[in-house]
Write a protein that binds this ligand. Structure first.
Ligand code: AMP
Length: 594
């Protein structure tokens, strides 16, 4: 069977994939990179540069370099490069040809057929221009497909299964959200919205501006005035931004970035993820407005969506996941590399056309969220049972994540880090997998001192937890084997017992809290007497969510229990409420595990 290339011809980056042994694989260049920056240029000697080399010279030699040509596809205007003029199709063809050659080198055979992806909003002439670019590159373009369709196919290559997906695609320069319906073998984009000038590059600019201002305040030098300093800082902030997807804070260090009065100046600045998130939040709010508009156009509510999938490099930003969870009450899927997902889907489409059977893309992920118990706000109540996630479920392995927590008392000597896995925001409903004590904290440290907690989970399920007192560097770590086990039956019993205890014991705290860490610096402190009510509300909400997909006999039982629990709590009949909540949580656990 002839191999058909799947090509994601992106605004910022492009990728090529093929199906091998029934699974999409992505092809790398000689240096091991999967991604080809969509940048074309000529060096000083007139040699053609495509990809990283062209990208490297983009800021310093803009007259010899072209980026983001995809934005001009379908236009008649030509781009001047050196002393020649090129149409958008010709520039795109140089990118496509580079990908074709990469694939031929990797597979050791000539290849001439391709499926190429385009944004759902591309008009006919933009699609036609893409087809022409493929032909100029020596490819027979057997189909042009929409990017969200391709992404959906990577997650669900078996199109006979009916599903509605929301594809949130946040790349370097553009944002798109589409509602995709898979029904009886037909994959259809129901609606699509977006912003063609919103993406990771804007995040870089915001972070650049933040650093530039602070540097100017400190040294009186504007780093944007020198093209070399600007170029270095832009690259440094992009790298820092990526690190902040894993780390709670990072440092940008660039030596000799500027000079003042004949003295060299170094840049050395710490950036906290929380501060970075404040910078980009308004832009993410804009994406949510597009999500709402796409749902409205498709005449659907978030509840009618089966899966939310994340595409595009910038969707790795943890705040994206968090905002989408809050807005849609769906846990977004990010298991398949968001940079590679569209190209893989194009390869799946190629295989479907060629009649080749494709299996699901298997990735190693953590099946449960891993986090720590800490003091914080649980549904409006202050408690020491808050579960603070560090590595969210479905994160591809190996994974490293860090978070900053705060001590709760002046002179606190110990930070107690209890590690749990599970999805409940009350840690005591999850399973404890280990503990670490960071002893000997600084005597004079005030409440609110920072403790950095870092989790590293490897492919074998071994979790390394490290904790460090930021001011002194005091550090300790522990290794937990088999951290990703299934939620055990015993913990279900424990959870039930705890629920019962909470109803019967008005002073429901199971633990002391002085040595626990706090999720937020200790400004706002409340009390804990509404915890039972919030647990009931939580249990009810969970039960209602499961109702939709529950088998009918379970659904009937669940409805009866829900009504009975509501009546028992409304009438203050605690004994009865405990007994019904017990039965209901049993059913909930059973259906969640099914
Ligand atoms: P794409 O256009 O889909 O290739 O996405 C490229 C954008 O994703 C660039 O702005 C990158 O800086 C950004 N990006 C890549 N990796 C990460 C990451 N780990 N966290 C945040 N942004 C990222």
């Amino acid at each position: 069977m002839e191999t058909i290339l799947g090509i994601d011809l992106g605004t910022t980056n492009s990728v090529v994939s093929v199906i091998q042994d029934g699974k999409p694989i992505v092809l790398r260049d000689g240096a091991g990179s999967y991604i080809l920056p969509s940048v074309v240029g000529f060096d000083q000697a007139g040699r053609l540069l495509v990809g990283q080399e062209a990208r490297n010279q983009a800021l310093l030699a803009p007259e010899r370099t072209v980026k983001s040509i995809k934005r001009q596809m379908g236009d008649e205007t030509k781009t001047t490069l050196g002393d020649q003029q090129y149409s958008p199709q010709e520039i795109s063809a140089m990118i496509l040809r580079t990908l074709k050659e990469r694939a031929e080198r990797s597979l050791g055979q000539p290849l001439s057929k391709a499926v190429i992806t385009v944004p759902a909003f591309f008009k006919d002439k933009q699609r036609q221009a893409t087809r022409e670019a493929g032909e100029l590159a020596g490819l027979e373009v057997i189909r042009i497909i929409n990017e969200p369709t391709a992404a959906s196919l990577t997650y669900e290559p078996h199109t006979e299964k009916n599903e509605r997906l929301l594809v949130y695609d946040l790349g370097g320069g553009t944002f798109d959200v589409s509602i995709v319906q898979i029904e009886r073998g037909v994959v259809e984009v129901l609606s699509s919205h977006g912003d063609t000038h919103l993406g990771g590059d804007d995040f870089d600019e915001l972070l650049f501006e933040y650093v530039r201002e602070q540097f100017q305040d400190e040294y009186g030098v504007d780093l944007s005035e020198s093209p070399v300093a600007r170029s270095r800082l832009l690259q440094a902030v992009e790298e820092a931004k990526k690190r902040l997807s894993e780390e709670a804070f990072t440092t940008i260090a660039e030596e000799f970035i500027a000079t003042k009065d004949a003295t060299s100046l170094n840049l050395n600045m710490e950036i906290k993820r929380l501060d970075y998130e404040d910078l980009i939040r308004p832009l993410l709010d804009k994406t949510i407005a597009c999500v709402d508009a796409a749902l409205e156009d498709a005449k659907l509510t978030a509840k009618q969506i089966d899966r939310v999938i994340l595409v595009g490099g910038s969707s790795r930003t943890p705040l994206v996941r968090q905002i989408l969870m809050d807005q849609l009450q769906h846990e977004p899927h990010l298991e398949i590399d968001p940079d590679l997902c569209v190209a893989m889907g194009a390869a799946v489409q190629g295989a479907l056309i060629a009649g080749v059977d494709v299996g699901p893309v298997l990735v190693d992920i953590t099946p449960h969220t891993l986090g720590i118990r800490c003091v914080g706000d649980l549904h409006g109540r202050y408690t020491n049972r808050l579960f603070s996630p560090v590595i969210p479920r479905n994160t591809p392995l190996p994974a490293t994540r860090s978070e900053i927590y705060y001590t709760g008392a002046d002179g606190q000597e110990v930070a107690q880090i209890e590690v749990y896995q599970g999805e409940h925001d009350d840690a005591t409903f999850n399973e404890q997998v280990g503990e670490l004590l960071l002893e000997g904290l600084a005597d004079d440290a005030e409440a609110g001192s920072e403790i950095l907690v870092r989790f590293r989970l490897d492919l074998d399920g071994i979790l390394t937890v490290a904790a460090a007192e930021r001011d002194t560097g005091l550090e300790k770590q522990v290794t937990l084997e088999n951290a990703i086990t299934r939620f055990r039956a015993s913990s279900r019993e424990e959870a039930k017992a705890k629920l019962a205890a909470m109803f019967s014991d008005s002073n429901a705290e199971a633990f002391g809290s002085e040595s626990l860490l706090s999720a937020a610096s200790p400004d706002a402190v409340g009390d804990d007497d509404g915890a039972e009510a919030s647990l009931v509300a939580e249990l009810l909400a969970k039960a209602r969510r499961l109702l939709a997909n529950a088998p009918s006999e379970d659904a009937d039982e669940m409805r009866e229990l829900i009504t009975a629990l509501q009546e028992a709590t409304a009438s203050g009949n605690t004994d009865r409420a405990v007994s019904i909540a017990d039965q209901l949580s049993d059913l909930v656990f059973y259906l969640e595990d099914a």
